[in-house]
Design a protein around this ligand. Structure first.
Ligand code: FES
Ligand code: MG
Length: 599
C-alpha cells in the first residue's frame, strides 16, 4: 500500500503523515493543500497519479557539463523505474558544476550547490529524491544537502567516460592530461601530438575515467550504503548505466514508502567503511575534504570521524585497486573486473558489516545476497588483501609545527619514494601569480632537492581552494629529467594527479597566525611520511617573531585572521566570511549539523 501523497486531499494533516510545513503557508492547511493540488493539476497530472508516492529527480543537466551529458537518458530510465513501481516521478533542476567551467573553481560553488540541493529537497512535496550527480563536486554537494534536508534521498551517478586512444596507447582524463602536458613542457612531445592527444582525452560523455574525485565519490556513495554495489562503475554510455537508473527509480518508491532518511541510514560505521574504501581505491585527496564536510552535516557523527580517523584506518588498509593515478588502469577496467561488488567482498574482513544501507538491509546482508567469485582478470585489477598494489596508508595525514591542524599526502601517488622522507630548503611562492611569474625563470635558485612551497591557495586565501597544489616542476629541472619534487601548499590537487605533494595545510597561510604563512625562502622543511611529520626547522622564537610582524602588517591592510574586515557583497562575501578550514571540510560554518565553529 503506497503512502498517501502530498496532493491527496483525503490525507489527514498532521506531522505523522510526513506532510511538510509548507502546507501551512497560507494559514489554513486544508486551503494550502487545495491550492497545491490546483497547481500540480496545471502540470497535467490526474487524480490517480497524484495519489502515489512522489519521487523527485534532480536534473543536473547543463550543456556546460559534459560529465552529465547522459542525464536526460538517466532521467527517462529513472522515471520508468519509478512509474513501473507505482510512484509518480517529478524532475526538478538544481545548479550543475563542471570542473573546467566553474570559475574560479567548482569547489567555490560546491557549498552553493549543497544549499540549493538541501533547500529544494526540503521545500518541495517529495517523498523521496533521486539525486543525479557525477562530476567531482556534485556528488559531495548532493550528499551534504541531502543529509541536511534529511528526506529519503538516493544518489545516482552519471558514470565514468570511456578511455580514448593515442597511437595505440589508451589515454583518459585526466591523469594522462597531466602526464602528457608535462611531457610536452619538457619537450618530449611536439605540438601536433599534444593536439591529437587533446582530442582523445575525454572521448565520451561521463566523468573522468580514472580514480579521480568523481570516481572516488561514486565508490564512497556505495561504501556509505547509499547506492547499490553495481552502481558506481557502469560507464556513462552503457546500457548497464541506464539499467542502474531504472533500478534506482524502483528502489526510490520503496524508500519513499519506508521513509528511510539519510540520517537514519548513515552512522559512524558507514563513514568508517567509506574511509576504508577510500584508502583501498587510492582515492582522491579531495574526497577527504568532501567526506569531512559530509560527516559534519550529520548530527550524530559530526566531529566523531576526523582526519585522524582517515590516517588510523589507512594503517590497516592496503591499496587494492590498480587504477590511475596510483596504478595503471581505467574505470572501465574496474567495472569489468567486478567493480565495487568485487571490492566490497575483498574488503569484507575490514568492513563494519552491520552498517545500514538505503535498502533497509545491512552491508553484510547485501554482500550475502550478492556473492562474487573472483576470476583472473578481476584479481589483476582488484588485488587481494595478501597481494596489494601498495601495502597500506595510500592517503596519509601529516601533523607538525608546519600544519598543526593537519595536512594530507597521497603517498601512493608519489613518483619518487625517496621524497617521502626528505628535507630541503624551501623555495617559496607567495601566491599563484608569483608562481606563474617565477617558476620557469632560469635564474630561480632551485635544485631537485628544494621544497616548493605555494601559499595563499587555501579556502579563505583563494576562495574555492583551487587545485593548484601540483606545482609544476621548474622548466630547467624538467629539462634535466626531474619528474617529481616535494611540493607543499594549503590548496588541493586534482584527484587524477600524482607526485610527492602535500596538500590542505591547516591553518592555511591566509590565517594570521598560520605558521605555513611565515615560511621564507631557504627555511628547511622536513617531511617524514612514516612518522606522519611535517616540520618547519626554524627556532620557535623566530617563528613567533615572524607571526607577530605578520599580524601587525595584516592589521594595517584591513585583514583579520586572513578574512577581509571590509564586507564583500553576494556569495563571495558569504564564502569569505564563513568558510571553514580544510580539516572541517571547507564547508560554511553555519551549515555544520552541530553548529560548531559558527562565527
Ligand atoms: Fe567532470 Fe572530471 S571533469 S569528472
Ligand atoms: Mg577532478
Amino acid at each position: 500500500q503506497p503512502p498517501n501523497s502530498d496532493y491527496d486531499l483525503s490525507t489527514p494533516i498532521n506531522s505523522a503523515t510526513g506532510l511538510r510545513q509548507g502546507l501551512a503557508s497560507y494559514g489554513d492547511a486544508h486551503f494550502s493543500l487545495f491550492l497545491r493540488k490546483a497547481f500540480i493539476k496545471a502540470a497535467g497530472f490526474g487524480e490517480d497519479a497524484l495519489s502515489r508516492p512522489i519521487v523527485g529527480i534532480i536534473n543536473t543537466f547543463s550543456a556546460f557539463n559534459p560529465c552529465h551529458a547522459n542525464v536526460p537518458q538517466l532521467i527517462e530510465a529513472a522515471k520508468r523505474g519509478v512509474q513501473l513501481n507505482g510512484g509518480l516521478a517529478i524532475e526538478f533542476p538544481t545548479i550543475s558544476l563542471h570542473e573546467s567551467f566553474s570559475s574560479p573553481t567548482s569547489m567555490y560553488l560546491r557549498n552553493l550547490m549543497s544549499m540549493d540541493t538541501e533547500e529544494m529537497v526540503a521545500a518541495q512535496p517529495v517523498d523521496a529524491v533521486i539525486m543525479i550527480g557525477g562530476c567531482d563536486k556534485t556528488v559531495p554537494a548532493q550528499l551534504m544537502g541531502g543529509i541536511s534536508a534529511n528526506k529519503p534521498v538516493l544518489p545516482l551517478v552519471t558514470g565514468p567516460m570511456m578511455p580514448g586512444s593515442n597511437k595505440g596507447t589508451r589515454i583518459g582524463a585526466c591523469t594522462d592530461c597531466r602526464n602528457n602536458w608535462a611531457a610536452y613542457r619538457a619537450g618530449e612531445i611536439d605540438i601536433e601530438e599534444i593536439s591529437d592527444i587533446n582530442s582523445e582525452l575525454a572521448p565520451t560523455g561521463g566523468t573522468c575515467g580514472v580514480m579521480g574525485t568523481a570516481s572516488t565519490m561514486a565508490c564512497i556513495a556505495v561504501a556509505l550504503g547509499m547506492m547499490p554495489f553495481n552502481s558506481a562503475t557502469a560507464p556513462a554510455v552503457s546500457s548497464a548505466r541506464l539499467r542502474v537508473a531504472e533500478a534506482t527509480g524502483g528502489r526510490a518508491v520503496e524508500v519513499a514508502a519506508s521513509k528511510r532518511k539519510p540520517q537514519d541510514v548513515l552512522s559512524k560505521e558507514s563513514f568508517l567503511n567509506a574511509v576504508t574504501v577510500l584508502q583501498a581505491i587510492g582515492g582522491s585527496t579531495n574526497a577527504i575534504v568532501h567526506l569531512m564536510a559530509i560527516i559534519n552535516r550529520h548530527p550524530a557523527v559530526a566531529g566523531e570521524v576526523t582526519l585522524q580517523t582517515v590516517d588510523e584506518i589507512g594503517r590497516n588498509v592496503p591499496l587494492l585497486v590498480d587504477l590511475k593515478p596510483s596504478g595503471d588502469n581505467y574505470m572501465t577496467d574496474f567495472h569489468n573486473a567486478g567493480g565495487m561488488l568485487a571490492l566490497m567482498h575483498t574488503l569484507r574482513p575490514l568492513l563494519h558489516l552491520n552498517a545500514k544501507t538505503v535498502s533497509g538491509r545491512t552491508i553484510g546482508e547485501e554482500l550475502d545476497a550478492t556473492p562474487f567469485k573472483p576470476f583472473p582478470y578481476s584479481s589483476s585489477i582488484i588485488r587481494s588483501l595478501s597481494d596489494p598494489l601498495y601495502p597500506k596508508s595510500s592517503l596519509i595525514v601529516l601533523q607538525g609545527n608546519l600544519a598543526p591542524n593537519g595536512a594530507v599526502i597521497k603517498a601512493s601517488a608519489s613518483k619518487e619514494r625517496r621524497l617521502l622522507s626528505h628535507s630541503g630548503p624551501a623555495v617559496v611562492f607567495e601566491n599563484t601569480a608569483d608562481l606563474a611569474k617565477r617558476i620557469d625563470d632560469p635564474e630561480l635558485p632551485v635544485t631537485k632537492d628544494s621544497v616548493l612551497v605555494l601559499k595563499s591557495i587555501g579556502p579563505v586565501g583563494n576562495p574555492g581552494m583551487p587545485e593548484a597544489g601540483v606545482i609544476p616542476i621548474p622548466r630547467k629541472l624538467g629539462n634535466q629529467g626531474v619528474k617529481d619534487m616535494l611540493r607543499i601548499s594549503d590548496g588541493r590537487m586534482s584527484g587524477t594527479a600524482g607526485g610527492t605533494i602535500v596538500l590542505h595545510v591547516s591553518p592555511e597561510s591566509a590565517v594570521a597566525d598560520s605558521i605555513f604563512g611565515i615560511v621564507e625562502n631557504g627555511d628547511i622543511i622536513g617531511l617524514d611520511a612514516e612518522k606522519r611529520e611535517l616540520i618547519l626547522a626554524v627556532e620557535k622564537n623566530v617563528i613567533e617573531e615572524r607571526i607577530e610582524k605578520r599580524k601587525a602588517s595584516l592589521k594595517e591592510t584591513g585583514f583579520a585572521q586572513g578574512r577581509s574586515t571590509k564586507p564583500k557583497r553576494g556569495y563571495r562575501g558569504l564564502y569569505e566570511s564563513r568558510v571553514n578550514q580544510a580539516e572541517l571540510g571547507a564547508d560554511f560554518d553555519f551549515l555544520r549539523a552541530d553548529g560548531a565553529g559558527a562565527v
